[in-house]
Design a protein around this ligand. Structure first.
Ligand code: SAM
Length: 480
C-alpha cells in the first residue's frame, strides 16, 4: 500500500505532496503541491499560493528538501490581470461592487483554470526570485496537522496527546480504540504512535479503531484519512458508542489502549469490559479488549463533574490505578542576545576593570571577524544598500550591518546569516562559532492561559484464571 506522508514523508517534496506551509510561527497552511501546468487562475507559473509574505508558485516548492526556506517569487500577473479584469467587468455587469484586490488575493485552492498554458522552461524564466519574504515548507506531521487542520470540533492538542499516548502505552503494534474522532487531531497522533510498518502475515499490525456518530464529521474524516493514505491504519466507524459499543462486525478489535473524548465517557465504559457487566456468565458476550494484555484508558473531560461520574463508573467496572492529571502547558521563547550588545552590560558595573578589558578584547575579535567577512564578500555595497529590496532577510541583514557599523566604525559590511552558509559556522578567533555569540535568553509565558481538560487514567488488568495460575506456576515453581 501507498505509505502515508504522515508516517514516511520521504526526503523531498513532490508533485501531489501534502505540504504544510509555515508562514510564521503559528500560521500554518496545508497545500497539495500541483505540477506547474500553467493553468491556474491565469498565473503563467501554474498554481500559486499568495500570502502576505509574497507569492509562492508551487513550481518553486517541488523537489526541495522538507524544511527548506522558500523565497517569494515575482509572478507574472499579466494573464491574472486579464482574468481579474474579466471578473471585474462581470461583477460590474451584475451591478455588484467589484474589488480587484479580492481577486488578487485568491489562493491556489480557490483557483479556476484559465487560458494560459506555458511550458516549464517559459515558466522558469518568468519566476524572478526576489520580492518580499519567505516561508518554510514542512512535511505533514501530527503536530503541524493539529495546528493547521480544518477544525470541526474542539481538538486535542499536542501537549495533551503526547502525554496521553505515553500513559496509555500506545506503541508500535498496539491496537487502540478512540471515540469520538471529531476533527481527527488525536487520530493522526495515535496512528503514528501505533504504526509498525506493514508487518507480514500473522504479525499484529498497529491499528486505530475510531468512532464518530456525527454524520458529516464522519464523512469528512473518512475523506481526509483517504487523502492522507491512513485509511488502512485507521478504521473509522459511524456509530453512537454509548449504545453501539466498539465491536467491528460483531468481532473484537482486540484493543489494549483506549482514548475517550466524549461528553459522557461513563456511558460508554460498560462496553469496555472483559465480561458482560450485567451477566458475567454470558458466554456470547464479546469484549472489544485484548484478553492477553491489561487495558489502559484515558478519558478527556473539561468539567470536574464529568470526572467524578467517570471515576465512579470505572470503580464499579473493576478498573484500577485510577488517577487524574491536568496538563498545564507553558511555552518558552529562547533566543540569543545580539552579538556585541551584552559585552559590558551583562557583567555589571562593579566588575568594571577586568570585565571592560575582557569586553574590549571580545569586541576587537568580533570587529576583526566583521572585517574579514567584508573583505571576502564579493557583493558590492550597492547591492546591499541599493534600491532593490529583496526581502525580510536582506532588511534584517541591513539592520545588523548598521549596528556593526556604529560599533565597529566599519563601513558597510555584509554578513551572511543563512544557517546553511558555511561562513556562519566559522569560529571567531576565540574559537566560539559566530552563531553561538551572545547569551541565551529564555522567557516563559507569564501565566498558563487555558484549561484544556482533565485526563482520567485507569487500568483494567487481564483476567487471571486457574489455568493461567497453573501455567505460571509451571513456568516459575514456588520453592518450598
Ligand atoms: N479528539 C478529537 C480530536 O482530537 O479532533 C475531538 C473530539 S470532539 C471534542 C468529540 C466528538 O465526539 C464529536 O465529534 C462528537 O460528534 C463525538 N461524539 C459525541 N458523542 C458520541 C457518541 N455517543 N458516539 C460517537 N461519537 C460521539
Amino acid at each position: 500500500p501507498k505509505i502515508s506522508p504522515f508516517l514516511e514523508p520521504g526526503k523531498t517534496t513532490q508533485v501531489g505532496s501534502l505540504a504544510i506551509l509555515q508562514l510564521s510561527r503559528d500560521n500554518l497552511q496545508p497545500v497539495y503541491l500541483k505540477a506547474p501546468s500553467g493553468k491556474h487562475d491565469g498565473y503563467a507559473e501554474g498554481a500559486v499560493v499568495n500570502t502576505r509574505y509574497g507569492s509562492f508558485p508551487h513550481s518553486t516548492m517541488i523537489g526541495v528538501p522538507w524544511g527548506s526556506q522558500i523565497r517569494a517569487s515575482k509572478v507574472d500577473t499579466g494573464s491574472r490581470g486579464r482574468n481579474n479584469k474579466r471578473k471585474r467587468n462581470k461583477s460590474d455587469d451584475d451591478g455588484k461592487e467589484a474589488s480587484a484586490t479580492v481577486a488578487e488575493e485568491k489562493t491556489e485552492q480557490e483557483s479556476t483554470p484559465a487560458e494560459v498554458n506555458d511550458d516549464s522552461a517559459a515558466v522558469a524564466k518568468k519566476i524572478v526570485a526576489d520580492v518580499s519574504g519567505f516561508i518554510h515548507i514542512l512535511p505533514p506531521t501530527p503536530e503541524v496537522w493539529t495546528s493547521s487542520l480544518p477544525h470541526r470540533t474542539q481538538v486535542v492538542y499536542t501537549p495533551d496527546y503526547s502525554y496521553v499516548l505515553h500513559r496509555i502505552r500506545a506503541r508500535p503494534g498496539s491496537v487502540l480504540i478512540e471515540a469520538g474522532a471529531g476533527s481527527g487531531s488525536f487520530s493522526h497522533a495515535s496512528v503514528r504512535a501505533v504504526y509498525n510498518g506493514y508487518p507480514s502475515e500473522g504479525e499484529r499490525k498497529g491499528k486505530v479503531y475510531s468512532f464518530e456518530f456525527h454524520e458529516q464529521r464522519f464523512h469528512k474524516m473518512n475523506q481526509e484519512l483517504k487523502e492522507h493514505n491512513l485509511n488502512s491504519l485507521v478504521h473509522l466507524t459511524h456509530r453512537d458508542v454509548y449504545n453501539g459499543g466498539f465491536l467491528i462486525d460483531g468481532k473484537s478489535p482486540g484493543a489494549e489502549a483506549i482514548f475517550l473524548d466524549l461528553p459522557a465517557p461513563w456511558e460508554a465504559l460498560h462496553h469496555l469490559s472483559r465480561r458482560n457487566p450485567k451477566n458475567p456468565e454470558d458466554k456470547e458476550w464479546v469484549s472489544p479488549l485484548n484478553p492477553k494484555k491489561s487495558a489502559h484508558i484515558c478519558t478527556f473531560s473539561p468539567c470536574i463533574e464529568q470526572v467524578t461520574k467517570t471515576v465512579s463508573a470505572m470503580r464499579r467496572l473493576g478498573w484500577v490505578d485510577i488517577d487524574m492529571v491536568e496538563i498545564a502547558n507553558r511555552k518558552y521563547h529562547t533566543s540569543r542576545e545580539r552579538v556585541g550588545l551584552n559585552l559590558s552590560m551583562d557583567r555589571g558595573v562593579n566588575n568594571s576593570a577586568r570585565d571592560v578589558d575582557e569586553a574590549l578584547s571580545r569586541l576587537t575579535e568580533i570587529e576583526a571577524r566583521f572585517r574579514e567577512h567584508a573583505a571576502r564578500s564579493k557583493e558590492s555595497d550597492d547591492e546591499v544598500d541599493g534600491d532593490e529590496d529583496d526581502g525580510l532577510i536582506k532588511r534584517r541583514e541591513k539592520k545588523e550591518q548598521k549596528g556593526g557599523k556604529k560599533r565597529g566604525g566599519e563601513k558597510k559590511v555584509k554578513i551572511d546569516h543563512k544557517p546553511d552558509s558555511p561562513e556562519s559556522f566559522e569560529a571567531l578567533p576565540s574559537g566560539v562559532p559566530m552563531w553561538m555569540e551572545g547569551r541565551l535568553i529564555t522567557r516563559g509565558e507569564p501565566e498558563i492561559k487555558t484549561h484544556t481538560s482533565y485526563l482520567v487514567f485507569a487500568t483494567l488488568p487481564i483476567e487471571w484464571t486457574e489455568e493461567d495460575e497453573a501455567a505460571a506456576a509451571a513456568r516459575h515453581p514456588v520453592i518450598g
